[in-house]
Design a protein around this ligand. Sequence first.
Ligand SMILES: C[S@@+](CC[C@H](N)C(=O)[O-])C[C@H]1O[C@@H](n2cnc3c(N)ncnc32)[C@H](O)[C@@H]1O
Length: 258
Amino acid sequence: MASMDYSRFKQQIHSILGIDLNSYKEQQMQRRINQWISRHRLNDFSSLVQELKSDQDHKVKFAEYLTINTSQFFRDQMVFQALGKEVLPAITAGGRRPRIWSAGCSIGAEVYSIAMIMQEQEKRFRQLLATDIDDAVIAKAKAGTYLSNQLQSLPQSLLGKYFVKQGEVYQLDETIRKLVTFRRHNLLTDRYEKDFDLILCRNVFIYFTNDTQRKLTQKFVESLLPKGYFVVGSAEQIMSPGALGLKRVSYCIYQKER
Ligand SMILES: C[S@@+](CC[C@H](N)C(=O)[O-])C[C@H]1O[C@@H](n2cnc3c(N)ncnc32)[C@H](O)[C@@H]1O
């Protein structure tokens, strides 16, 4: 195959993996792809595309690498403190059962952290939805087995109560796993459901262009109920939240004004 430029490569990736690289930050993405090419001793974009078309295993691994799914339980403790002390009590006040969405959920560490807090507070919810573009991480999330580095911020009491150590891995208990509904969802192309009390989309926006971030935030706001909460990652401050109908209420946490 003749050598390929980046825009042709993006088209190929869209058709092979269904991932539209135009919405991701270009320099960062190109750097990561070039690292992959040299790590796998491929020559260029064309040889990578050939490889992805002919080797299913390479295709799955490359998709996982592209979408970067690092995560851990109770990532960013300050956010979880605010969620546990302010947000979850507010959205469950008077016995209300909220709908919660973890978008870009990766291995499920974030949504399971919420599920454990809710369980500890004896709060019930209507739906705890977790979505990601990557089928491989969704399968991992459903299996609920984790390595110790993914659990390092988890309070010891919860580790002892909800996990069983099996050799090198920790298995999350069924009582927590069954609380969450996992689904594949592409934030760039799929329809957003409505009427959520709380949406978390953390450490996903950093890979998207500013324009895409803004459009997705708008969609998330439309998916929230009045006074619903929207949580972003620590490097993902929302510029001019007021223009989107949001106000900042705590570290990384925004609330829909009406
Ligand atoms: C770094 S992880 C963040 C996981 C978790 N939210 C956290 O903060 O720990 C980013 C996740 O976003 C997902 N992602 C990337 N692009 C996406 C898209 N277009 N639609 C849905 N999820 C996407 C990746 O597959 C990955 O699992």
